[in-house]
Design a protein around this ligand. Sequence first.
Ligand SMILES: Nc1ncnc2c1ncn2[C@@H]1O[C@H](COP(=O)(O)OP(=O)(O)O)[C@@H](O)[C@H]1O
Ligand SMILES: Nc1ccn([C@@H]2O[C@H](COP(=O)(O)OP(=O)(O)O)[C@@H](O)[C@H]2O)c(=O)n1
Length: 232
Amino acid sequence: METAAPSAVIVAIDGPSGTGKSSTSKAVAAKLGLRYLDTGAQYRAITWWMITNGIDTDDADAVALAAGKPAIVSGTDPAGPTITVDGVDASGPIRTREVTSKVSAVSAVPEVRALITDLQRSIAAAAEGGIVVEGRDIGTTVLPDADLKVFLTASPEARAARRSGELRGKEAADVAATKEALIKRDAADSGRKTSPLAKAADAVEVDTTELTLEQVIECVVTLVEEKRAGRK
Ligand SMILES: Nc1ncnc2c1ncn2[C@@H]1O[C@H](COP(=O)(O)OP(=O)(O)O)[C@@H](O)[C@H]1O
Ligand SMILES: Nc1ccn([C@@H]2O[C@H](COP(=O)(O)OP(=O)(O)O)[C@@H](O)[C@H]2O)c(=O)n1
């Protein structure tokens, strides 16, 4: 891996769904002038490509064979992150319920992880001023030498309520369904063999259940500033 510029800071933010990774990472990157990478969007993009190309996402061999075909490109401006697949904007289609229900199976395939991990490392190495990278295995596997590792957690109830809040005009029953789907995805992501969702031994754990988004952002900004001050 290339060495980043001395002032560059690499921040890894991991945790399960709905803990606030994307919102926190984007805001921290914008405040500190860093780039931003949503690695979940990359796994969603490859999953969307598999679905649209008729690959059975439960067939690990078929997924492995096709994994190198799509060209996935991530734009890392925290004010407007982008993702394209073979030149087509995929930011909308990767958020569908179908992709969400199939992404854990695709992301568990070792060949998929190897390709996406290489891509993530090259994006981080190219971010001269530093970057915030969020996902599930950034601190443990993708960027084990990150300057700061944060692991966000929150109760399943809080996470489901946050996710349901994004679905406008839905009934309370959807919170229960969302919670069930979240727990299922957490179990699949934590239980897979290749780089499962896990807290790195040297990560700072932040439970966001009782915190506002602003408080979480301030907490992470302070942690980054402390790291930067310690390096001077
Ligand atoms: N601390 C918080 N308190 C309340 N809502 C939050 C908090 N953090 C994030 N949210 C909201 O929860 C939803 C999920 O957050 P997101 O950043 O997408 O989580 P993740 O990337 O971990 O899945 C968003 O609508 C976001 O605005
Ligand atoms: N570094 C990462 C990031 C995401 N993923 C996979 O991608 C899925 C979608 O990630 P995401 O961050 O978009 O999910 P949400 O937290 O936004 O719901 C996860 O459930 C994992 O299966 C992964 O395996 N490794």
